[in-house]
Design a binder for this molecule. Structure first.
Ligand code: GDP
Ligand code: MG
Length: 370
């Protein structure tokens, strides 16, 4: 049967182990923090703590958490989170830059000053879209393997003069595996050799059927260089977002994912996070992977200090104890002792894993020498 230790369960809920022991006692189950309980009991505890249970697989003890259950009435429409993928040199960076310049809010804030690997634009009609600039497909895959789904929509960029290439195919398979809808942006339409017909047919060979061929994948013609077709692309994204009916509760404690992180010489550990649920406030205590800290400052994609970040908003977080890995999820907790306990447990687990790896390594070396 599936089993989980009390400590592990507490860690996954970002709860204190002592509180889980107490809750178990109330249910008539006596267990210390190192003892294991079965999945059914764990499920009851998880619900008791106000979380939703998600059993991922049968063999593993996988009581993943989707966080607290939100009331339907608390759910509000949130902006779509979009990732741009495609073959190298097909214009991903150029397109992200061009889209960024369509932001009507950027002008008000005093221009485009800083790039944090993610940004949000406000379209001419006042709708918001979040773009994530993942450094290549690797980050996307890493996040997915950690179970974190970051993106709602993939924009697949294909250069009109080059067509479907190896990384285009890779991007298609990532999007399919992640079950994320795709919009095709045929870029470099300004070039003399532009041939969208060819692109359409090549996509067809990979089971991407665009609307003009009777399929349901939107196809938009753009030029990142000449900045044409950008509004149409934004409209296509917003249409897709409406179909997806994207909602989140902005009034709860924040949860989300780390999209990039680094150690800054002056500012210490800096993590760019995407808030997926709730609202992140300065002063909040958060656990990100095996690290924690009190949010000292939140900085948006224009380099402006902000007090809060709601659903679908990317923001830089200062104040963490160390640098969390990209792809780790973060969660806001009630107090610092709880944060420390969760973080320390996760660190211990990482060390155990590393030690187990080293042991395995030694085993093979011994065998090789034998
Ligand atoms: P990435 O590798 O996918 O990020 O591609 P880049 O954005 O770096 O673009 C690769 C090259 O294509 C650069 O030299 C761009 O100036 C050029 N490029 C990008 N978009 C367009 C476009 O719409 N038209 C033309 N003519 N060139 C473009
Ligand atoms: Mg690039």
């Amino acid at each position: 049967p599936e089993m989980i230790t009390v400590q592990e369960l507490a860690s996954r809920m970002a709860a204190r182990a002592g509180d889980v022991v107490k809750a178990l006692m109330k249910m008539g189950v006596m267990a210390t923090i190192t003892q294991s309980i079965d999945a059914d009991t764990a499920e009851l505890i998880v619900q008791e703590f106000g979380h939703r249970v998600k059993r991922v697989s049968e063999s593993d003890v996988e009581i993943g958490l989707e966080g607290e259950v939100d009331d339907e009435e608390d759910l509000m429409v949130r902006p779509p989170v979009v990732t741009i993928m495609g073959h190298v040199d097909h214009g991903k960076t150029s397109l992200l830059d061009a889209l960024r310049h369509t932001d009507v809010a950027a002008g008000e804030a005093g221009g485009i000053t800083q790039h944090i690997g993610a940004y949000q634009i406000t379209t001419a009609r006042g709708q918001k879209i979040t773009f994530i600039d993942t450094p290549g497909h690797a980050a996307f895959t890493a996040m997915r393997s950690r179970g974190a789904s970051v993106t709602d929509i993939v924009v697949l960029v294909v250069a009109a003069d080059d067509g479907v290439m190896p990384q285009t195919i890779e991007a298609i398979s990532h999007a399919k595996a992640a079950n994320v809808p795709m919009i095709v942006a045929i870029n470099k339409m300004d070039k003399p050799g532009a041939n969208p017909d060819r692109v359409r047919n090549e996509l067809l060979q990979h089971e991407i059927v665009v609307e003009s061929l009777g399929g349901d994948t939107q196809e938009i013609h753009v030029s990142a260089l000449k900045r044409t077709g950008l509004e149409a692309l934004e409209d296509a994204i917003l249409v897709q977002a409406e179909v997806l009916d994207l909602k989140a509760n902005p009034t709860r404690d924040a949860e989300g994912v780390v999209i990039e992180s680094r150690l800054d010489r002056g500012r210490g550990p800096v993590a760019t996070v995407l808030v997926q649920k709730g609202t992140l406030w300065t002063g909040d205590i958060l656990v990100a992977g095996a690290e924690y800290g009190r949010v000292r400052a939140l900085i948006d994609w224009n380099g402006q200090n902000v007090k809060t970040a709601g659903p679908s908003v990317p923001v830089e977080v200062l104040g963490l104890s160390a640098v969390p890995a990209a792809g780790e999820t973060f969660t806001v907790v009630d107090d610092e002792p709880r944060a420390r306990e969760v973080a320390e447990f996760r660190q211990r687990k990482l060390r155990d894993k590393a030690a187990a790896g080293a042991m395995a390594g030694r085993g093979t070396l011994d065998q090789m020498l034998a």
